[in-house]
Structure formats: C-alpha cells, structure tokens
Design a protein around this ligand. Structure first.
Ligand code: AMP
Ligand code: MG
Length: 474
C-alpha cells in the first residue's frame, strides 16, 4: 500500500496543480466575496481636495493667533462652503467662511475653527439692551441645519436636482440666532474663541489615497471595506476572477436525503449539504450536487459528469471496501492519481488527482472527515484558483488537557478555544469520532498534532487552525 503523504506535502501537491480562473467584470454591487483579478489603482487622490474635518469656520490661522475665550477675535463671515457646494469667494484677511464637514477648504483659508470654539456675534446691536449678543454657535448650527446640516446637504447634493433653491433656515432654531442673517446664514460676524495652527481641522487632498496608489492588490477578497474602497476610487464594474465551478458527488447506498423515509440501514446524507456549503464559503460556484449508489456503472456515470467541472469533489466510496468504486471509476475515466492516503486523522483515505484541467478530490465519507479534508486540501485550492492567498488562519495555543496518540499520522483535534490571561487555550472536545458531526457545531479550531508526536501534556503549545466564519459560515 502506498505510504501516506504528510498534510503539508499533500497541500503543496494540490496547490502545484491549481489553474488560475479567467478574469471577468462584475458590477461593484455584485462583487461581495469575489477576488480582484488586477490591482485596483486610484487615478486621483482621495480626498480629491483639501476639506474640513469639522463643522466650523474656515479662517487664516494668522488672523486668530491671539484668540481665546476671554479675548475672542471677530471675523466677518463672507460666504459658506458646504459639502458638495464650494464657496464662491476666496477668504481675505479678517474674514471667515462657514464650512461644514467634508466641504472644500476655500482658497485663502489655511485652518478651520471648530464650531464649538466660536460664538456668533451680530454686526449690529440687536438685543434689548443694545449690547452685542453672542449666541452659542451650537444653537446657531442647529438652527441653520437646513442650510448647512447633513439633511440639507443630502437634499441638495443630488446631481440633476435643478429645482434646488438656496436653503432657508426653517427649523425653530432659525429664530435663535438673534441677529438678522442672510438665507445662507453667512451674514454677520463670528467670534473666534480659540487660536488654531495652520492646517488645524483640515483633511488634505490625498490624505487617505494618493494618485497612482494601489488600494487593493490582485487576489484580494472583496469584503465590505474593500467594496467601499473600490467605490472611493470610482471602480465599477470590477475585474474579478471567475468563481471555480465545483461539482459535489456523494456516494453510498445508505444515503437518503432529508424529506424521504429512512429505510432499514439507511442514514441521512449530510455531506451534500456540508460540502456544498464549504465550497461556496471558499468562493466556488456549486454547479451540481449529485448522488450515486455503490455500483460501478452508476459511479462512473456520475463521476463522468462531475469531472466536467473545474473541481470535482466526491464524498465517500474512496476507501478499500468491496463496495467502494470511486477510485476505480476515477482511473477508468482518465483521472490521474497524485496521492491517495494522507497521514491525517480524521481523513486518512483522501484521494487527489487531476483530469486535464479539472482537479478531483475523493474525500472519505465520514461527516467530520469530509469537512476536515475539505478545509485542509480543497479550500486552499479553491482560494488559489481565484487568485487568493491560500494560507489558513493559523495560530498557536496551549493545550487545555493532555492528548495522546500513536505516531502513525497527524491528528486534527477538534477544540474549543478559550482566551485566558496568557493567550489562547485549546480544549479538545470530548467526542473525536469522525462520525460525530455534532462535534463540529462547537469546534472553534483544529489543533494539529504532528505525525511524529506521541502526545502532548496540558499546557504544551500546539498549532491550531481556526474554524472561523470565513471557512465555516458561522
Ligand atoms: P465511506 O467513505 O463511503 O466508506 O463512508 C464512511 C462513513 O461515512 C459511512 O459510515 C457512511 O455511511 C458515511 N457517509 C458516507 N457518505 C455520507 C454522507 N453523504 N452523509 C453522511 N454520512 C455519509
Ligand atoms: Mg460508502
């Protein structure tokens, strides 16, 4: 019998035969979970222009160098810069321009004073006493929210909205401001109650992304932040790798899908569901989920269909039993064996080979074995086919309890992970049988105990492969 191959060597054999899927374009809105086929390069900087990080007033820092709460500096408000609506005028000495977060910094300004550090003063005495009335600017802002707040900005920023008219303060706060103001809220004076350095509260053009910068590299998996970054650089549609097409085939006379009565000796087919789900989580398109009885002709016919896909994954029937026909059928169909038997428990009788450009995996049928071997060998292949880095989520942990084993093969021990003050602790789950599928419900990780290791004591360090949401879907 051929000697079993070690896990890492087997993985290398698989990855060496991976073919990169072709590139295709998809709408950005449909690109979640896909992998980029090319570097995503920004044509322009982001932000595209210097803009304000705060709601407040654009000023010249030199004008307000001596400002403090006790000795505010009065500036004349000459204009307003709103998000999506730059000010028309440049800023001169002694002037301020009201500015909202994200709005373009007006020419001539070099800093922004936060609204909290200002007070609105009237140009002409208007209070009952005739004294200048300084109104806390928070109130003013609330009052002018329709003109400068986010609602106002949203309402007017839409392209093609030609009916837009200058917003007028309509909220109850419109009356709070005291001094008469223009509809845009730009008349009068503002009292600056704090000095600012040049550049204060200003976000510079290109702060986040420079022109020509690759924000994401080819092969990157597109999650929420990645989709946002692609939108930011204006990339839509997006070049991505085609999803590898996977055919799943289960084998076994005893297998009955949910919903049909269980005959004597029959069990439910769970691998169809676990493997199809794992394949989708690995970025594949599952093109078929088929079943074959333990019969040579039927096995060959079903395998023939499965081998039309980019990747065929056969579950069960790969061992040495009299009714295991998968290996023979693979050979008859021209699939070339790369390895059969891996030094791994669970999952020993794993077969891998190729036919033309198709990768074929024969995974042992036990429900845990099929999941462990899929994660160990098929998932890295599917990720690599889409251009991704097939590295698994590995870390080290201290073993919570002693674990003993013979030195014939590596063990993938299902564990619960716990964090204590010294780091991760991996607690082997009590039931490690390869048929105990429910052990996968609570497993956080597979602790990998190498072939040559006869056992580990509690507290010993062990490599663990994380079973995370990316790989397991929860
Ligand atoms: P095999 O690899 O065909 O020898 O199957 C090994 C064990 O896994 C047997 O107990 C089978 O009944 C079981 N098994 C095989 N395929 C499936 C499946 N699709 N769903 C659940 N159990 C299975
Ligand atoms: Mg079987």
């Amino acid at each position: 019998m051929a000697k079993a191959i070690e896990i890492e060597a087997a993985r290398r054999e698989v990855l060496a035969r991976v073919r990169l899927m072709a590139a295709e374009e998809v709408a950005l809105a449909e690109a979640l979970g896909r992998r980029l086929a090319a570097d995503a390069v920004a044509e322009a900087p982001f932000p595209p222009f210097d803009n304000s990080a705060m709601d407040g007033f654009a000023v010249r820092a030199a004008d307000v160098a001596g400002a403090s709460a006790d000795s505010p500096v009065a500036l004349t408000i000459v204009d307003e810069s709103r998000a999506g609506h730059p000010a028309a005028s440049a800023l001169g000495a002694g002037q301020a321009i009201a500015i909202s977060t994200g709005a373009m910094l007006p020419a001539g300004a070099d800093a922004v004073v936060r609204v909290e550090d200002t007070a609105r003063g009237s140009a002409t005495p208007s209070g009952p006493t005739g004294a200048e009335t300084a109104v806390p600017v928070e109130d003013t802002v609330r009052g002018s929210a329709t003109a400068t707040g986010p609602l106002g900005a949203n309402a007017v920023a839409r392209a093609g909205d030609t009916t837009r008219s200058p917003a007028t303060p309509t909220g109850p706060g419109g009356a709070d401001a005291g001094p008469p103001r223009s509809p845009a809220g730009t008349a009068g004076r503002v009292l600056i109650r704090a000095a600012v350095a040049a550049g204060a509260n200003v976000r510079r053009a290109g702060d986040d992304i420079s022109a020509g910068e690759a924000v994401l590299r080819a092969g990157a998996e597109l999650g929420a932040a990645e989709l946002g970054a692609l939108a930011t650089i204006g990339l839509d549609p997006v070049p991505v790798r085609r999803r590898p097409r996977v055919a799943v085939l289960t084998s076994g006379d005893e297998l009955t899908p949910p919903g049909r009565p269980l005959g004597p000796g029959a069990i439910r087919d769970s691998n169809s569901r676990t493997v199809a789900a794992l394949a989708r989580l690995a970025g594949a398109e599952v093109v078929s989920v088929d079943w074959t009885p333990d019969e040579p002709e039927a096995t060959r016919a079903a395998l023939g269909r499965a081998l039309e896909a980019d990747v065929a994954i056969v579950c069960g029937g790969i061992s040495v039993g009299e009714h295991d026909h998968v290996k023979a059928a693979l050979a008859e169909l021209g699939a070339e064996e790369v390895f059969w038997r891996v030094a791994l428990k669970p999952g020993g009788p794993t077969w891998f080979g190729t036919r033309g450009e198709t990768l074929a995996f024969g995974l042992p049928g036990n429900p845990v074995s099929v999941m462990v071997t899929f994660l160990t060998f098929a998932r890295p292949a599917l990720i690599a086919m889409a251009g991704g880095e097939p590295a698994s989520r590995r870390t080290t942990a201290r073993l919570g309890a002693a674990y003993e084993k013979p030195t014939d093969r590596a063990h993938a021990v299902r564990c619960r992970l716990e964090l204590d003050e010294r780091g991760w602790v991996a607690w082997p789950l009590p039931r490690q049988g390869s048929h105990v599928l429910t052990s996968m419900l609570t497993a956080d990780a597979l602790a990998l105990v190498p072939t040559a290791c006869a056992g580990l004591a509690a507290g010993d360090t062990v490599d663990v492969e994380i079973l995370d949401r990316a790989s397991m879907g929860r």
